[in-house]
Design a protein around this ligand. Structure first.
Ligand code: FAD
Length: 406
């Protein structure tokens, strides 16, 4: 019996292995991961682990013994280096190989590197894995000077944790606002104000020229010649999907591994899930690739079911969340720049208690609830309905979301 092999022991891969067993598959399952850790969840790495509110043992998908108990051959510290689709063979580091029956690629992303002089100095850190989070945690002491490069979700979450731990934080961002391309100017300002209210300094429209220091970073020099003192620098300028082995194997790769709505590549024995999957979305009618926890959580199992021959059409709406200080937010839907013509706000932006809707031709494309809870289902329904709605009612907190005229 050739095994079902999963490459990437992250959330999507771990959940896929679990689903294979839950669905009754009793053939061999091998889960390969190049980290030394069994699968774990990454959201706490920039939140609870840094704040000390999440215990290290709580980040794991399962306890280490769970895999053997479920007859899943978890091989940590093992890297897949090449795929030969013709012979169903996977090459591993160290010259070993594995023959597979069916293969799931769930290799996730890596942090984008900042190509400036000094980026290799000690104390210049990115955040993708547990070890990174622990290292950053030790840098967040009272009075330390932290420079965060990139005002994306991870950069802002680290900034929030650092402020909570008493560090002085400056965030350097090339754009004129944080998260501008995701949220647009009006909603992006909510996050600027939130962080300023908590003592974060921003340098917008700023470029890092180089990191300064001997051995260890001591400052960051910007393109306008200004110099920021830094005991540590967190680089949070986005992630890059790990698609190299797929591309080298001749699979179609274009902003991720191209898969159909059943998460299958053009090779009927190879699937992709999680951050690397650029999947056709049957509801949105377009390809979508997202780097979201919920997508890894659900697309891994969907791919596993498809590997077992079940008919799968993965049509979950993109969903992500963040927690920063006392602000909690959830975002549902898909509204890339240029896709919407209005942002409709229900509630009080100033109080940071509202729902924002991105709409096009009065249809709701996405909704973001900030410190407003239990509204996912109606928001999702508004998007799924896909019909024009009454925008005045959408903005009116006295009209229940379910009752908005459509
Ligand atoms: P990963 O979790 O990246 O796992 C892939 C695994 O495959 C890794 O262990 C990798 O080392 C391994 N691998 C790669 N190549 C190979 C190879 N060739 N051979 C063997 N193993 C390989 N999302 C949200 O929605 N909300 C949040 O608040 C949020 N916070 C986050 C905070 C941080 C700090 C980070 C880094 C991410 C956060 N995310 C969040 C995103 C979310 O964690 C990811 O979308 C999710 O982890 C993707 O899961 P994955 O299984 O596809 O990939």
């Amino acid at each position: 019996h050739r095994p079902f092999v999963i490459v990437g022991a992250g959330l999507a891969g771990g959940r896929a292995a679990q689903t294979l067993r839950e669905a009754g598959h009793d053939g061999p399952v091998i889960l390969i991961g190049d980290e030394t850790e069994p699968p774990y969840e990454r959201p706490p790495l920039s939140k609870g682990l840094l704040l000390g509110t999440t215990a290290p043992e709580d980040v794991y998908l399962h306890q280490a013994g769970w895999y053997a108990q479920h007859d899943i051959d978890l091989r940590t510290g093992t890297r897949a280096v090449a795929i030969d689709p013709a012979s169903h063979r996977l090459e591993l580091g160290g010259g070993r190989h594995l023959d597979y029956d069916r293969l799931l690629l769930a290799t996730g992303s890596r942090a984008r590197a900042l190509p400036v002089p000094g980026a290799d100095l000690d104390g210049v850190l990115s955040l993708r894995n547990l070890a990174h989070s622990y290292r950053i945690g030790t840098a967040l002491s009272e009075g330390a000077h932290l420079v965060v490069v990139g005002a994306g979700w991870i950069g802002l979450e680290v900034a929030a944790a650092a402020r909570a731990r008493g560090a002085a934080v400056t965030v350097v961002e090339t754009a004129a606002a944080p998260l501008r391309h995701v949220l647009g100017d009006e909603i992006a300002a909510v996050f600027t104000d939130l962080h300023r209210d908590h003592g974060v300094r921003f340098r917008f429209g700023a470029q890092v020229r180089r990191m300064m220091g001997t051995g260890r970073v001591s400052a960051v020099e910007l393109a306008d010649d200004s110099v920021l003192t830094a005991d540590a620098v967190i680089v949070g300028i986005g992630a890059q999907p790990n698609t190299e082995i797929a591309a080298e194997a001749g699979l179609a790769v274009d902003n991720g591994v191209l898969v159909d709505d059943g998460l299958c590549t053009a090779d009927p024995a190879i699937w992709a899930a999680g951050d690397i999957a650029n999947a056709y979305h049957p509801l949105l009618g377009t390809r979508v690739r997202v780097e979201h926890w919920a997508h890894a959580l659900h697309s891994g199992p969907a791919a596993a079911r498809a590997m077992l021959g079940q008919t799968v059409s993965y049509d979950r709406l993109p969903y992500f969340y963040t927690d920063q200080y006392d602000l909690g937010m959830e975002y549902t839907g898909h509204a890339p720049p240029g896709s919407y013509d209005r942002v409709v706000v229900r509630g009080d932006i100033g109080k940071r208690e509202f729902i924002a809707f991105w709409t096009a031709g009065r249809r709701v494309l996405a909704g973001m609830n900030v410190n407003v809870w239990d509204v996912n289902e109606p928001i999702e329904q508004l998007i799924r309905d896909g019909v024009p709605v009454d925008l005045a009612e959408l903005a009116d907190p006295d009209v229940a979301l379910d009752d908005v005229t459509r």
